[in-house]
Design a protein around this ligand. Structure first.
Ligand SMILES: Cc1cc2nc3c(=O)[nH]c(=O)nc-3n(C[C@H](O)[C@H](O)[C@H](O)COP(=O)(O)O)c2cc1C
Length: 428
């Protein structure tokens, strides 16, 4: 087994939930102590307010926009285009813009709460390319996703690194959706010098890069590493270090993912409708135990079969447990292949830590993998998860991500030795 797989597996193994572990440590937190979920650079940086009539601004804005505000225990929860485990939003987005008319060539932080771009670094002959695709220069956009891990570890402790990667994958999915709506191709990149970039962007160990998405024209050109360090700015109002998370991130950042050929997906959504879906996407809190049609279920599966635009090809397999799909026997499936017939709804509810959504839905999905690179596999699971949200919402079907499940019991139920990366529920 390669070294990095050991490290990813060691992290995954030591953060498994079981019936007992959840009883002993139910993750109760005092909501009033939640760290702030919006990073803001100091006032003296130059800012560009996003003007939604400008297509470039609209493209950037839709990758991360706040789309709804909900009062939770007297504090407003700002919900976004991207879902997030526990609505804790550990992810931040930075965008390098080069060669775009009307914009200064530079690295910008996307200040989601205030709807603006903060210019944190002006480019001369340097840039992010040297860390990501050496000897190339990109005329266009480089989106970097990072995680301010304490936002999530505040509640989910050691297991939160899993949620950081899944959330990051969802955020990449939100970038892909905005790119699709703005007629742009993107490529996801997971294997690059993340550790050097964390240092040069001044993240200390409190924030870390998980992935990037590039969009634009790639040219052969030497670009230097950043000539200056960006100063550290904390992404939360207070911070508690978790050395296990910092260590686990670092050791899983080091090795390469499996390689595959780059292929772009081809979707044919009605774009006006899809735009509304991206804007209105929400997680369901309770299903009404209704059936969905076979046609709609197969449509959601088809979205998952579309290529993911990346050369990092970890295999993520998806098991479906069908409870309420018209014309299809309830049971455990892999794709459309029936592995075991039966009504397993009570069982999936139990496996997902007694969550009713995993019992009352039409289909419970489980994502499993025997990954080479743990960070990549988890993010690909999140990326596919975003496709399930948008693909099912497009058909009027509701959806929720599920990060809490009993790991080993789920493996036994699926009869797999691979790791369970993520679960999801869809239905009405
Ligand atoms: C990685 C991940 C794990 C999640 N796990 C659960 C879960 O176990 N149970 C649940 O009810 N919702 C879960 N959710 C849904 C979040 O609670 C939801 O995304 C968040 O509250 C924001 O709401 P929204 O998706 O409606 O914008 C999860 C979401 C993500 C992205």
């Amino acid at each position: 087994m390669p070294q990095n797989q050991n490290q990813g597996k060691a992290y995954h193994d030591s953060t498994k939930h079981s019936y007992l572990s959840v009883q002993i440590n139910p993750n109760y937190v005092d909501a009033s102590t939640q760290p702030i979920a919006f990073k803001v650079y100091p006032k003296f940086y130059r800012r560009v307010t996003l003007n939604l009539n400008n297509p470039i601004h609209a493209f950037i804005w839709l990758t991360s926009a706040v789309t709804s505000e909900k009062l939770y225990k007297n504090t407003p929860d700002k919900l976004r285009v991207n879902p997030s485990a526990g609505a804790l939003y550990p992810t931040e987005v930075y965008i390098q813009i080069r060669g775009i008319e009307g914009m200064i060539n530079g690295i910008y932080h996307l200040e989601v709460e205030n709807n603006c771009l903060t210019l944190i670094y002006e480019l001369i002959d340097d840039g992010l390319e040297s860390y990501i695709i050496p000897n190339k220069s990109i005329n266009g956009f480089i989106f970097l996703i990072s995680c301010v891990y304490y936002r999530s570890s505040w509640k989910y402790q050691d297991r939160s690194l899993r949620y950081c990667f899944l959330d990051s994958g969802h955020h990449l999915g939100a970038i892909a959706a905005s790119a699709y709506l703005h007629n742009k191709d993107i490529q996801l990149i997971f294997d690059f010098d993340k550790l050097a970039l964390n240092t040069d962007l001044g993240f200390e160990n409190k924030e870390f890069i998980t992935a990037c998405a590039i969009s634009g024209k790639v040219q052969d050109q030497l670009v230097r590493r950043l000539r200056l360090k960006v100063p550290f700015v904390c992404g939360t109002d207070y911070f508690e270090a978790n050395q296990f998370i910092e260590y686990s991130y670092q050791v899983t950042a080091l090795h390469k993912s499996k390689h595959q050929k780059l292929k772009q997906p081809q979707f044919n959504f009605d774009k006006d409708k899809f735009q509304q879906i991206v804007w209105n996407r929400r997680s369901i809190r309770r299903f009404r135990k209704q059936f969905i049609s076979q046609e709609n279920y197969l449509y959601v599966l088809q979205q998952l079969e579309q290529p993911i635009p990346t050369e990092s090809g970890e295999d993520v397999e998806i098991y479906s447990v069908l409870h309420r799909v018209e014309g299809m026997s309830p049971g455990l499936y892999k794709g459309t292949l029936l592995l075991q017939t039966g009504d397993f709804s009570e069982q999936t509810g139990y496996l997902c830590v007694n969550q009713a959504i995993a019992r009352d839905c039409a289909v419970t999905f489980f994502f499993v993998s025997d990954y080479t690179n743990y960070q990549t596999a988890m993010q690909l699971a999140g990326f596919l998860g975003q496709r399930i949200y948008l693909g099912s919402n497009y058909l009027g079907i509701q959806c929720s991500g599920i990060g809490a499940y009993y790991d080993d019991e789920t493996r036994r139920f699926l009869e797999t030795t691979k790791d369970i990366l993520y679960a999801m529920a869809i239905g009405i």
